[in-house]
Design a protein around this ligand. Sequence first.
Ligand code: ADP
Length: 688
Amino acid sequence: MVNDRMFVELLLKVSREFAAALDLKTVLTRVLFAAVHHVGGERATIIVMDESGNPVESAIVYGNQVRENTTGQLRETIDRGLAGWVIRNRKPVLVPDTSKDERWLRREDDHVDKSGAKSAICVPLMAREKLAGVMTLVHPMPRAFNDEHLDLMRAICDQAGVAILNARLFTESQRQARVMTALAESAIAMNTSLRVEQTYDRIITQTKQVLQVETVVLGMIDPSTGNIFFRAAAGPAANTISRRMIKSGEGIAGIVVREGRGLIVSSVAAETRMADAERASGKVTALLCAPIHAQGKVIGVLEAFNPLGKNFDTDSLLVLTGLGSLAGTVIQNSQLYERLNSAHQRYRELFEDSIDPIVITNLDGRIIEANRNAELLSGYSGEELRQFDIDRIHIPDPDKTGKNLIGIGRTAIVYESSLKDKNGIRHPVEVHVHKVLFDEVRSLQWLLRDISERKEVDSLREDLTAMIYHDLRSPLANILSSVEMLGSMASPHEQESAESVLRIAHHSIDRIQRLVSSLLDLSRLEQNQPVTERKVVEVTGLFYDALDAIAQSAESRDQSLNNKLAIALPQVYVDGDMIRRVLINLLENAIKYTPQKGAIEFGGTHEPGSEWLTCWVQDNGPGIPEESRETIFEKFSRINQKGGPSGLGVGLAFCKLAIQGHGGKIWVEAAKPRGSRFVFTLPVAQIG
Ligand code: ADP
C-alpha cells in the first residue's frame, strides 16, 4: 500500500491531472481512471448533479474502457441504491460484501450464479460544501477494499469534487455565452432596417443562421381574427410555405401562441397537432416554434424546421425564444416607424394640398413653413415668408392667443381677423391656430381661411335686408295709407264699388307686407338674432287675426274651417305679429294644398302645469310623405307636384325659424284618415 509521501505525491498528480481539463466529460473520465488505477476495482461510476439534486451527467469506466450511459438510467440508483444512501447522508461508505448490504441494488451480474458478491466504495463528491455528485467504485471480489482504500478514494474525491464543479460551471457559462453571442449578433443584424418587410427578412435569415436549420418561417397574428399569416420564409421550401395561413388556435403555432412559450417537436412523425401549413415546408422531421413577443403580448411566431446537425435541444429553444423576443421589439419598432412615416407623409400632403392657406411657425411666431395657398394669398414666395414673423402677414388677436402666443394649446383657437398681403391689401380670414409637432418640433399651425366670399355674402344680405326694410316696407305703408285715404274720398254713389276694389287692394298689400316681413325675419333669424318684440298675448286672438286674413280664400274654395281651440287657454309670451304670420302661412298652405270642399281644422290645447301650449293646423288634403316631413321645413324645399300650386318654398322655413326663435318646436304628422297636421308649441306666459 502507499506510504504518506507517495500518498501526497499521488494526490498532487491527480489534482494536476484533473485541473488540466475543463471539459466535463474529460474530467469525469480522468477521475474514474484515477480511482480504478490508484485504488483498484474494476468498475467506477460517477453521477454529477445540479443544485437541485437532479443528475445532469454521468460516466462509467469498466477496466480500461469508457462506457456510454444515459443519465436517465441512473435515476434508480440515486433514488434507491447505495449512491442514493450516500447522497442522502453525505457520508462515504465502504461495503466489504455487497451481498450482505441492503443498500446495494442487485443487478443482473450480482446474482450468485454469476459474479456474486462484490465489494464497493461509494463517496460523495463535495465542492464548496455542496454536493456535486457521487462516485462508486466496485471490486468483483468481496472484502477486496478496506479502510485504507476508502481513505484514498476520499482523497481523490476531494480533488475531483472541485474539478467537476468547475468543469460544470465552465460548460454552463460557455453555453450561456454561446446563446448570448448568438442573440447579441442577431440583435445587431435585425436592427439594421426599419422597413417592416426587410425586418422580417433579416429575422428569418438570422434565425436560420444561428440555429443552423433547413427552413425558417415567420408568422404574424391578424389581431381581428387571430389567424397566423406567414409573412416571410427562408430555406428550400420558402416559396411553398410563405403567404400560407394557420387558422387561429391550430397547429403547433396555435399552441405556442396560446401558452406564450416555445415548443420542441423532436419527431414530427408522432405529432398529430401540426397544421397543414406547418407540414408544407417539404419533408419535416423536427420542428421548433417560439412566440414573437412585444410588450407582453404574442404578436406572431417563429418556426424552425429540420436542424442541419444534431437534434433540437433546450438550448435551441432558448435561442429561438430569445430571437422571438428580439424580433417582437424590432418588428414593433419598424411598424411604428412606418406608421409615423406615413402619417408624416400624409400630413405633408394635406398641408401642401390644403385649399386653405397654412403657415407653420415656431412657438415665438417665426415662420418655418408655408403651403402653396399661403403663398398665393399673401403674394410672398415661400422663401420670403420664411424670413418673417407671423405678424408681418397677420397680427394675432391677443385676447384669443394670449400675449406672446402662450395661450395656444392643442385645441384650435378660432377667430376672425385679416391677412395683409404683399401689396398691403387686407383679406378677411378665419384663423384656426393650434400647437402641432412639425418635423418632431413643437410648432404652431396657423390655418388662415380666406372668408372674403362669405363676407361679401354677409354684406349682400345686409344690403338686401336694408333694401327690404327701406325700399319696400316704407313705400308699402305709404300705398296702404293712400288706398285708405282714397276710400274716404269716394263720392257716396261710388262708395259701394270703390269699397270692393279697395278691399282687394288692401288684401293684396297685406299679403305683400306679410311676405316682406317674413323675408326680413327669416334673414334675421338665420343669423341667430333673438326675437325681441315679445309680449304677453292671447293665442286665440292671434288665431282670429290670422283667420281674418285667410277666411275669404277658404270661402272661395268652399272649404270649411273648424275651430278646435280649447276654452280658457293660457296667454303666451311671443312676438304676436310673427306668430300671426306663422298661423297664416300654415292656414294658407292648408287651403292651397287641399282640394275644393276640403275640411280644415285648427286648435290649441294646454296640459295643466306645462310651460308649453300646443297648437295645430290640420287638413284633409294629400298629406306629406314620411320621407319629406323633415325636409319641407328647409328653405326652398318643395315637394315635386306637377301641376300643383306654385310657391317659393320659404313659408315653412320661416315658420320653423320663428317657432324655434321662441324656443318651441314645429313638426308635421299624418292626419287621420288623410291629410297633414302641422303642430307647434308656444311658450306660456309666466304669471308674476
Ligand atoms: P310653398 O308653399 O311656397 O311651396 P312652404 O315652405 O310653405 O312653401 O311649403 C313647402 C312644401 O311643403 C310645399 O311646396 C308643399 O309641397 C308642402 N306642403 C306644405 N304644406 C302642405 C300641406 N298642408 N299639405 C300638403 N303639402 C304641403
